[in-house]
Design a protein around this ligand. Sequence first.
Ligand code: NAP
Length: 259
Amino acid sequence: MLTPIAGRSVIVTGASRGIGRGIAALFARHGGRVLVVARDGAAAEEAAAAMREAGGEATSYAADVADETAMARMAEAAVSRHGGIDILIANAGIFPSAPLVMMREAEFDQVMATNLKGTFLAVRAVLPAMQNDRRGRIVITSSITGPVTGYPGWAHYGASKAAQLGFMRTAAIELAPHGITINAVLPGNIVTEGLDALGADYLTRMARAVPLGRLGSVADVANAALFLASDEAGYITGQTLIVDGGQTLPESPEALTGG
Ligand code: NAP
């Protein structure tokens, strides 16, 4: 049994849908005071309202993680609404697909700006409040794609997700003296609106490659994030937790499906 996070101030970026929404909902269910962040303010508010209806404490905040000023204001909003910041889930990310030969510079820049720079800006924005309290938990949503595997069309995405981990490892050393830990969850294929958009064929092929026999749920990732954000994970920093149903384990995915 983990020490409850009741009353803790939690920011989740990219929380209007998908994995971020699942994480925000779980943290709200466990008593966290959650700031639901996304660019689309109406969608963020709809998600926060659903969490309130389920009995949790959640409010919305519209911000682009790639915007330095917006991230600073997001942190100020959390401090003014909740009196501080205990937990940041740096989750916002995009995964457009483009074969390398056709990948446009603007597309590469946008993926890096959201996934990598957005992680940096969100993390940096919460540090003054966390350092002030001499405690904090930061969890980054990375991916198996990049740090562990590759996938056609996602050279920019994989690079951004691997780069998040390089950022995390140095941040972990710098933040340790302040009582702040930073870790990453690496989801495999998780059923979300974003993944649905890749099509039924992709989903069926991916499910066949998972030893545990199914695609992941947002709850699978949220549970891992909750552990890394808990008091009990206080001696873990700079580490990765793969949540992929064993997908990255087989020496040959064909051996798994017999074909
Ligand atoms: P999703 O369903 O497309 O949701 C993405 C969320 O991020 C939305 O709330 C979106 O809202 C927000 N967002 C996007 N760009 C943003 C920006 N610039 N600033 C602020 N918010 C932004 O995606 P998902 O599948 O849940 O993925 C979430 C994270 O998990 C990403 O980092 C992704 O790389 C990672 N991941 C996902 C999977 C998977 O299988 N789904 C696997 C591995 C890793 P707005 O558009 O309104 O901003």
